[in-house]
Design a binder for this molecule. Sequence first.
Ligand SMILES: [Zn+2]
Length: 319
Amino acid sequence: MSQFNQFYGNSKAKEALVFYQRGGRFPHGILLEGEAGSGRKTFAGLIAAAALCEGEDAPCGQCRHCKKIFKGIHPDVQRIAPPPGKASFTKEQVEKLRADAWVKPNEAPRKIYILCEVQKMTAWAQNALLKLLEEPPPGVMFLLTCDNRFQLLETVRSRVVLLTLEGPGAERTEQALREQMPGLDPDKARWAAQASGGNIGRAKQMLEEEKDAQWFQLAQQLCRQMEQTDRFGMLQLLAGLEKDREGLVRCLEQVRQVLAGNTKSYFLAQNGPAYRILPLQAEKVLAIIEQGMEYARQNMNMPLLITWLGAGIGSALGE
Ligand SMILES: [Zn+2]
């Protein structure tokens, strides 16, 4: 089954692609316009896969090209975005692209460049790419993503085919969240779908932030229990995370941060009562926490790890 069916909503954009795909002719420049979280990057990956797919119902998700593209390791499909911390594409990136486009593909019949968030390209960079967009080397295809087409120079817009992505709506978003995040509380799925205005990317981010707040609260509780040398409480709290390895690591990470501050400052107020753990104790607990995080990453058996943590913290606190 075509992987396009995995992408929610946007029937118009999908129809256009199926049309190009069946005709065996993709435009050499496509601009994907949509707000952050609307799935621009995912959709660009699907187009790239459709253009290179060797399967029956492209993009099949099974052939060598599809697999590599979905893993983000296809040598002929490059994603280019402004470097982290930079507001725009750099001159080096643009120059490298201009040269690289003329180099023959490695294993696919064509090369595809996904240029992410092109609204972050300076006018200079956009102008430098004009010629390439107008007359790309044979087989080269550009997929551009942006928030809004009007952020681009008219000259660039006129050289590409525009596809607008629309958010899938709250109902579809809720459905997608529940499918993509097994075990997610249905009430939370509904909340995130509606609060995000039916934007899958934003909904996932909101759920993530909510989870972070949860780990922080657990970490606070754990610190309070350490303060009171409440060994049973600690074990109970840790045991609650027995089936959630990632959660345990995130909770320990929060505790680590609190304690790392604590070794020097003796106590640290974080939205609540100050934690009074002696610096020497805090240092010992910190070592246990760090070792515990390491064990968790090494896939140590969870019940064993939790028992080890409980005993280790207890003895570090000098029971
Ligand atoms: Zn395929």
